[in-house]
Write a protein that binds this ligand. Structure first.
Ligand SMILES: [Zn+2]
Length: 456
């Protein structure tokens, strides 16, 4: 990585942090005025809070405003626009309807899908620069072929195709629903140098390759894997397992609703996703407590719920949108590549958070502990809930698959070791139930973390 191309917008590469902040604030002021004058929803919100865009000059000023939106409000906005204007993009749509150029939805696994990826032509061109930069940051260039396996069509993940094409690389896009045979046959046939997919699919293909194409995934000779969609790459054992199988570095990337565009670098130790497009949103500058929604100071290592405010977005800009994503922010330059901007690590979803004896616990933290015990365990797990979260009456019940070579008499001792490690790292002592390897269902999309034993 050459030092002059950290950010996707080249203007920022010669700016100091103070100048970048000034640049963001200038864009913020015009974004807020645009939203106020273009959407009845935003006008209503500002009025309701007794605020006016003219009064908000800085990021601190923005953070003093209440939360404008969350997923639930976004769904209400969609119902409102469907009813009044016959479109699903929401009452916060600011551009004229006939300027909508691209749309895409969230996966809809947790309710009615929202069209959070609705863009004008200008929007997608700007965003594509950032999305593409995440790939070029790690060496993808014009002429490279990127095997791209996700649920294709109207889904969010396909936005990265715009990024891959924007840097002149060629996507080989295959629908994840097509099955492993088609994925691997196309991989063999098209000889891609890179692959973009989910963590679980990358792991799944490792075990399938030999039977289908007569070679191992490592024989495909990829130069890098770009993974997204789940917490995983930030667990050292998972990263190592995939890197060893494919024989190449694995990167973690993100861009929820085209915001917080971020990518990890080639560091061995997980150093967080680097925010390469701070000119497009303020996601790295705004954290709140997930329960009280009070602002959390942006300091190195701070953990909180990420709040998004768009900068220079035309179609459906967001203002103080509480994402439900719990993140940790790093403010110092990356120790590996020197990236000078902010970095982010996904901790979990605020609605996945459990409270055990006053301690906040995320499934990803438990996953990290159990993964450190592979191959004595498979790494597959469930958190058993007898009552609706977040409060859990101790002990927290965990269900693990023991490893294929672990013998039954070893299980009691192993449970004690894992319980102790959980206590050392997370300050809770769980109870552990063992199940045979392969008995917990593994999904190629999102594997469930909870086993709910209560009436919903
Ligand atoms: Zn780095």
């Amino acid at each position: 990585m050459s030092s002059e191309k950290y950010f996707s917008n080249d203007l920022l590469n010669s700016m100091s942090p103070a100048q970048i902040k000034e640049y963001q604030e200038e864009r913020l002021r015009s974004q807020l005025k645009y939203c106020y004058s273009s959407s009845s929803f935003y006008k209503r919100k500002f009025d309701e809070f007794g605020a006016h865009p003219n009064d908000i000059r800085t990021i601190d000023g923005l953070r003093a405003l209440p939360i404008f939106m969350n997923k639930e409000q976004e769904r209400l906005n969609a119902s409102e626009s469907l009813e009044k204007e016959n479109h699903p993009f929401g009452a916060h749509l600011c551009a004229p309807l006939n300027e909508v150029y691209v749309t895409g939805t969230t996966s809809g696994t947790t309710g009615t899908p929202t069209f959070s990826y609705t863009f004008t032509k200008n929007d997608i061109e700007l965003i594509a620069q950032g999305l593409g930069h995440r790939f070029s940051y790690n060496g993808v260039k014009k002429g490279d072929r990127v095997l791209f396996i996700f649920a294709l069509g109207i889904y969010a993940t396909t936005m990265s195709l715009w990024g891959i094409r924007s840097i002149g690389a060629l996507p080989i896009d295959i629908d994840a629903r097509a099955g492993s045979e088609m994925m691997l046959n196309f991989a063999d046939l098209t000889r891609p140098n890179y692959m973009a997919t989910t963590v679980s699919l990358a792991e799944y293909l490792i075990g399938k390759a030999h039977d289908i194409i007569g070679k191992e995934v490592g024989d495909l000779k990829m130069k890098g894997l770009f993974l997204t969609g789940e917490v995983g790459v930030n667990i050292p054992e998972v990263k190592k397992r995939i890197e060893e199988a494919y024989g190449c570095p694995v990167y973690d990337y993100w861009a929820p609703a085209g915001h917080a565009i971020a990518i990890t670098c080639k560091s061995d130790e997980y150093s967080g996703m680097h925010g390469v497009s701070p000119d497009l949103c303020l996601s790295f500058e705004d954290l709140v407590d997930p329960e009280t929604k009070k602002s959390i100071p942006i300091e190195d290592g701070a953990v909180g719920e990420m709040v998004v405010t768009s900068l220079k977005r035309e179609a459906a800009p967001l203002i103080r949108y509480a994402t439900g994503d719990m993140v940790q922010i790093f403010t110092k330059p990356c120790p590996y590549c020197g990236f000078p901007g902010k970095r982010i690590k996904l901790v979990g979803r605020s609605d996945d958070m459990l409270v055990v004896k006053g301690v906040n616990i995320y499934p990803s933290a438990i996953k990290k502990v159990v993964e450190s015990f592979t191959p004595q365990v498979t790494g597959e797990m469930r958190i058993v809930l007898d009552e609706p979260p977040p409060r859990v009456v101790p002990p927290l019940k965990l269900k693990f698959e023991y490893g294929a070579r672990t013998r039954e008499p070893e299980l009691e001792g192993l449970a004690k070791e894992i319980s102790q490690a959980t206590h050392d790292q997370l300050k809770i002592r769980p109870s552990i139930e063992w199940v045979a390897p392969g008995s917990l269902e593994k999904s190629t999309r999102k594997t469930p973390v909870f086993e709910k034993r209560y009436e919903k």
